[in-house]
Design a protein around this ligand. Sequence first.
Ligand SMILES: C[C@](O)(C(=O)O)[C@H](CC(=O)O)C(=O)O
Ligand SMILES: [Mg+2]
Length: 301
Amino acid sequence: MLHTRTTPADRRRAFREQLASGRLVRMPGAVNPYSARLIQEAGFEAVYLSGAVLAAELALPDIGLTSSTEIAARAQQIARVTDLPALIDADTGFGEPMNAARTVQLMEDAGLAGLHLEDQVNPKRCGHLDGKTLVGRAEMVRKVRAAVDARRDPGFLLMARTDARGPEGLKEAIDRAKAYVDAGADAVFPEALAHEGEFEAFRAAVDVPLLANMTEFGKGPLLDAAALENLGYNIALYPVTLFRLAMGAVEDGLRTLAADGTQQALLPRMQTRSRLYDVLGYEEYGAFDSAVFDFTLPPGA
Ligand SMILES: C[C@](O)(C(=O)O)[C@H](CC(=O)O)C(=O)O
Ligand SMILES: [Mg+2]
């Protein structure tokens, strides 16, 4: 009811334990606080806050237009309603190393379990597009060091993402990942690996927990959870999956509503009123005031 019963420290500890367990952490991207509760209820281990989704929900492309304070505010709303650890996509850290340092503290304060920073220049782009440009390795190392220095809770996970595979090849991606780990990154996100063999090579070369980005319509294969666990990956990321599903349903629904002049045909595809109230824990609010839950819903509602 109302909010989570766990503290950010509890969730950071749980996340570290999950990553050390050798079991795959399945991490769908939330589209809003409500969907974070659905992710938890469906039995997933962690929640992601995707930069692409945070931008798209503001009807913006994923090119680094959102600000750190803007996404921290959204992150706090999401972290507040789930007991799952939440990892946020902090893009390039929103500027120079000192901006990345401030971003770390904002995300700690938002109650998240960790963040990732990537080595693209600004304006950045989706990691699965062509034409990416990277900052120099030394500059990204400075950014990672600044993030590590700024972190106040050692439980907060700092993940480095390298976008090098596309523009510079697998070897450069591995070398950069190692440099970022030496600079203090706790985990690595190798973006846009092309096939299973590359996932394997990356795992063999890098010693820290690894994230596998299973984004749809991208450059890589959609490996299933069993395959990723066998490959030794620690996190399976489904960053934009719920957003794409939800928006697909919204578009279909709008077409039907416009064509039929009524939403009658859509009812079987809708979440019902009673299911909505279940997810919200509506009934439990009667513990504060019995008058808030003293009604019955009609059958089928
Ligand atoms: C993971 C990602 O950074 C995101 O913002 O969710 C994106 C996902 C996408 O655009 O499909 C990325 O891979 O760059
Ligand atoms: Mg992103």
